[in-house]
Design a protein around this ligand. Structure first.
Ligand code: PLP
Length: 403
């Protein structure tokens, strides 16, 4: 079969691969503890589900404008004002079929063949493929763990070329949980403001933030930077609505218009019922978010404390998201490593370790190489306290066998 060059550049998502293997084992009755989840383990709150049911009963089941219903657009404008102190016009926002689709749309309308997009590593798995699918080239900006995985402005400056079209800033980050302060964003923006580069601020984990840190994004820095920034967000993570597929973006009216044209000729509108549910999510009493954050915060403390007690593991405490990204490079030097390396030959170290943990202790984690960093693995704390405690005990036993 002959396929397009575009699709041949893309590999299946490694996070989905390990989750599929874990699910396979679960289906066979094996007691797997899953630290791979990329979604909150809570149900969508009832008022949001009720709004969707009401929408169905009221016949909101037909096509909507490609960029979303006006009621939802207005709620998004209010949300930006309320939570981010950002003012947009209704022509400067659009609704897409999930945050991933927002990024996909953006890349499709912005990039020509060979245009470069700067992607700080460790990065969310979907950024490079989405750029490649649009004919662009992901330029990976390495960060280091000693610097808490934060972008070095000097390094950033050194990789900008005449082909650089955009940069993605994801704070809080998937997979590291790293969250940028105003000063750190300011230092990055000092480099970017002199350049003709679009800043894509992926704020999908905005509300999952700890240690009394205040969320801030690039668009907050100045009117000049706001003009260069497209802010992406969605309801998936904040309201436990991953399956509803609603994302949105705000920024330059000309960009938004092109995204709506593309969407009108591809997916048409985002699901009408989900749009009414998202409207409810953005406008109900937002204290349900702090309840979820408090729970995640407790689990974060347990998980990072326990991880740091495992031989060969060192884990930074994430300030945001629901992920930890422990460094496991010392494990690769353990006496028993050679034998498992032999068993899972031709794989990256983080894949070998993840496979070993799944086979040996029925624990699913995501290999760091999926995020561009083979020295780490990703564990999500979208798992119950009991599972975190039991799961870490199992990992510890498996690793102690290798020491
Ligand atoms: N951005 C980041 C960093 C993510 O981790 C995800 C989901 O995992 C998304 C965007 C997209 O989420 P969704 O498509 O569910 O809105």
């Amino acid at each position: 079969m002959k396929f397009s060059k575009r699709i041949l550049k893309i590999k299946p998502s490694p996070t989905l691969e390990i989750t599929a293997r874990a699910n396979n084992l679960k289906a066979k009755g094996v007691d797997v503890i899953n630290f791979g989840a990329g979604e909150p383990d809570f149900d969508t709150p009832s008022p949001i589900k009720d709004a969707a049911i009401k929408a169905i009963n009221n016949g909101k089941t037909k096509y909507t404008p490609a960029g979303g219903i006006i009621e939802l657009k207005k709620a998004i404008l209010q949300k930006f004002k309320r939570d981010n102190n950002l003012n947009y016009d209704v022509n400067e926002v659009t609704v897409n079929c999930g945050g991933k689709h927002s990024i996909y749309n953006l890349m499709q309308i912005l990039l020509n063949d060979g245009d470069e997009v700067i992607v700080p590593a460790p990065y969310w798995v979907s950024y490079p493929p989405v750029i490649l699918l649009a004919g662009g080239t992901p330029i990976i900006l390495e960060t280091n763990e000693e610097n808490s995985f934060k972008i070095s402005p000097e390094k950033l400056k050194s990789i900008i070329t005449s082909k650089t079209r955009a940069i993605i800033i994801n704070s809080p980050s998937n997979p590291t949980g790293v969250t940028y302060s105003q000063e750190e964003l300011q230092n990055i923006s000092d480099i970017l403001k002199k350049q003709d580069i679009i800043i894509i601020s992926d704020d999908i984990y905005e509300s999952l933030i700890y240690d009394s840190k205040k969320f801030i994004n690039m668009a907050n820095l100045s009117e000049e930077i706001k003009k260069k920034t497209i802010v992406l967000n969605g309801v998936s993570k904040t309201y436990s609505m991953t399956g509803w597929r609603i994302g949105y973006m705000a920024g330059d009216e000309a960009i938004i218009k092109k995204v709506e044209i593309l969407q009108s000729q591809s997916t048409s509108n985002p699901c009408s019922i989900s749009q009414w549910a998202a409207l409810e999510a953005l406008t109900i009493d937002q204290s349900l978010i702090s309840d979820m954050v408090n729970l995640f915060n407790e689990r974060r403390t347990i998980l990072t404390n326990k991880l740091n007690q495992i031989p060969g593991v060192s884990c930074l405490v994430p300030n945001g998201s629901f992920y930890t990204f422990p460094n496991v490079k010392e494990i690769y030097k353990f006496r028993g490593w050679k034998s498992i390396e032999k068993k899972y030959s031709n794989e990256n170290n983080s894949v070998i370790l993840s496979s070993y943990l799944l086979d040996e202790s029925r624990i699913a984690v995501i290999p760091g190489i999926a995020f561009g960093c083979d020295l780490n693995i990703r564990l999500s704390f979208a798992a119950s306290k009991e599972n975190i405690i039991e799961g870490i005990e199992r990992i510890k036993k498996a690793i102690e066998k290798l020491v």
